[in-house]
Design a protein around this ligand. Structure first.
Ligand code: F6R
Length: 599
């Protein structure tokens, strides 16, 4: 959510900032701006729209400076506009600020600052930071930033540049920031891809860490002015992983990566009929599991409930992370709290995790991004190793999360001495190949998309484990194609939503064979009788509904507990191709951002 990059070194800041912004665009793309300290003056440019607009605008500008900051925005306070784009400045244009997060008390601060004569140019909460720093600035930027932040409530990943000092000051509070350490150059960014072309040596800042970056390198302290020591870590990502490699969109590339990413989740974790997870917790008193997550990760959590209750026979509750702490949950030390997050930075998921820890639960996280905040706060973790997910719509992270949940369920079953189902383990080992076979449906789904991309509404229906898959299919479609779509448990449709069905309504049924197949057939009949157009995802060898469905999508036969993973693939492809037919920017859907670091 919003991308930040700052640079101080010996290369042209303009090039590094623009390159970094392009890598960060998936975090927000309403507007972009930069400020470069050029020959004792600020060179400033801001543009509404994607980074390419900014790039074109500065292309012919000669800016030889090697110090600057830049930002790509996902609007929270104030519509996308040049005035609201970052950087923001103090009254005299001497202090530039780029900010991720939310300043919760900005109204009160703004009123005081206005009464003191400060003049604001934007509607953003972020601009108060520039004026507050101005208020306290005499001759030392870090002192002014520290004094200003003492008055601020909220979250910030913040980088500040002053015209008077060739230095950057960066501070983190609940919004990720990293320092990239190069030779004779230092970077600061909200996310690793921004700096990966230049260095793999990074420092993950903790909350309250303040970094001073100047020509000597970097110095770390906390907001109380005490020196802090943070390790420089080597990032394992490489630049190739954040490129499209011939695919039209990152989303399509990531859909096609799933055989590999599922294989990465499984690697070394299923051995000799046993599940190996490095979970260093005492689970002997475990009575209940609580899972909290948002969006697609919440759909994984719902599938996780089915898996954990079915395989490990432990009661599971699933919460939207954004609701969890506000419903005054009752948590105890016999609970295991599981946070699921691709990014490991989602503000609500982090807050839920902290609440569960505060009440004494043991905690596990299922996370993709190595080194993210969730991974540093949790007791134990299961990394997905799915590689960077750049497409804003989550695909490979989802199937990796469900795979990790199967492993967790099997692990907990094993822990209480129950035997594991050899057939399930065998299918699990085959899963990467099964998913590869499923991907060969791509052309069929593209053809289907060609027939349906003009549609205004879609329904997705499933039962049991595949009800959350219906939710996920609907979410994928609406977020990238802007078609209204809803997911329901198939039987629930009779209790209201069936009123929506007419001959224009496509209804996607997840109808792979299971204990509820007969009931699903009845549900299909109900829709068919109302003229709905049935698209059925079925097993390859399942002919019962051939005559009922208008379109059959035949997926490989697999253990029912693994069917959510296989069934998700055609739904991802359908959403992708519909959005592509509509000519939409699949990787950067309107109003969205990849990682939601504000509440
Ligand atoms: C949808 C999507 C979002 C995320 C949600 C949680 O395609 O990507 O719904 O799943 O914002 O993000 P993480 O998993 O990073 O916590």
């Amino acid at each position: 959510m919003c991308g930040i990059i700052g640079y101080l070194g010996h290369q042209l800041a303009k090039d590094i900032l623009l390159d970094g912004l392009k890598k960060l665009e998936y975090r927000g793309y309403d507007s972009a701006g930069l400020c470069i300290l050029n020959d004792g003056q600020f060179f400033i440019d801001k543009k509404v729209g994607p980074v390419v607009q900014l790039e074109q605008s500065v292309a012919n500008q000669e800016i030889i400076s090697t110090t600057g900051i830049a930002h790509t925005r996902w609007a929270t306070h104030g519509a996308p506009s040049e005035n609201n784009a970052h950087p923001h400045f103090d009254c005299h244009g001497q202090i530039a600020v780029v900010h991720n997060g939310i300043i919760e008390n900005y109204q009160a601060l703004k009123e005081v600052l206005i009464s003191e004569g400060h003049q604001f140019q934007s509607e953003t909460d972020s601009e108060v930071l520039a004026h507050l720093i101005e208020k306290f600035y005499t001759d030392n930027l870090e002192t002014a930033v520290t004094k200003a932040l003492a008055l601020v409530e909220g979250s910030y990943g913040l980088v500040v540049l002053s015209i008077k000092e060739n230095k950057l000051v960066a501070v983190r509070q609940s919004s990720p920031l990293i320092i990239g350490v190069g030779v004779g150059e230092t970077f600061v960014a909200s996310d690793i891809p921004a700096i990966l072309n230049y260095t793999k040596q990074v420092i993950y800042l903790n909350d309250n860490d303040l970094a001073i970056i100047d020509s000597q390198g970097y110095h770390l302290q906390n907001l109380a002015g005490q020196v802090v020591d943070r390790q420089v870590e080597e990032v394992k990502l490489n630049v190739e992983q954040i490129e499209k490699k011939g695919f039209k969109h990152f989303m399509l590339k990531e859909i096609f990566e799933q055989p590999q990413t599922i294989s990465n989740v499984l690697a070394g974790r299923v051995k000799d009929g046993q599940i190996k997870l490095s979970i260093d917790l005492d689970l002997s008193r475990l009575k209940r599991i609580i899972i909290a997550a948002c969006g697609t990760s919440w759909h994984s959590a719902l599938i996780g409930k089915y898996l954990l209750e079915n395989i490990a026979r432990i009661p599971v509750e699933v919460d939207y992370a954004s609701e969890f702490r506000y419903r005054q949950p009752l948590v105890s030390d016999t609970d295991l709290f599981v946070a699921i997050s691709q990014s490991g930075e989602t503000a609500d998921t982090l807050a839920a995790l902290r609440e569960a820890k505060r009440q004494g639960a043991q905690t596990i996280a299922i996370v993709n991004v190595v080194g993210s905040t969730v991974t540093r706060e949790v007791d134990s973790g299961i990394y997905l190793h799915a590689g960077p997910e750049i497409g804003v719509a989550s695909t490979k992270a989802f199937t990796a999360q469900v795979t990790a949940l199967i492993l967790l369920a099997l692990y907990l079953r094993q822990l209480v001495g129950q035997p594991l189902d050899d057939g399930l383990l065998a299918d699990l080992n085959q899963l990467p190949e099964i998913v590869a076979t499923t991907l060969s449906l791509n052309n069929q789904l593209a053809d289907l998309a060609a027939q349906f991309y003009h549609t205004d509404h879609f329904l997705y229906l499933g039962r049991g484990l595949n009800f959350p898959v219906a939710l996920e299919g609907a979410l994928k479609l609406k977020e990238i194609s802007y078609i209204h779509a809803e997911g329901y448990p198939a039987a629930e449709i009779k209790h209201g939503p069936i009123a929506l069905v007419d001959e224009n309504m496509p209804v996607v049924f997840l109808a792979t064979k299971n204990d509820l197949s007969d009931k699903i057939i009845s549900n299909i009949q109900e829709i068919k009788a109302r003229g709905g157009r049935i698209i059925a995802v079925v097993d390859q060898d399942y002919d019962h509904i051939a005559e009922l469905a208008d379109h059959l999508i035949r997926v490989p036969v697999v253990n029912v507990l693994l069917s959510p993973i296989v069934n998700a693939i055609p739904l991802q492809l359908l959403a992708y191709h519909i959005a592509d037919y509509k000519g939409l920017d699949v990787d950067k859907p309107r109003n969205l951002a990849k990682s939601v670091t504000v509440e």
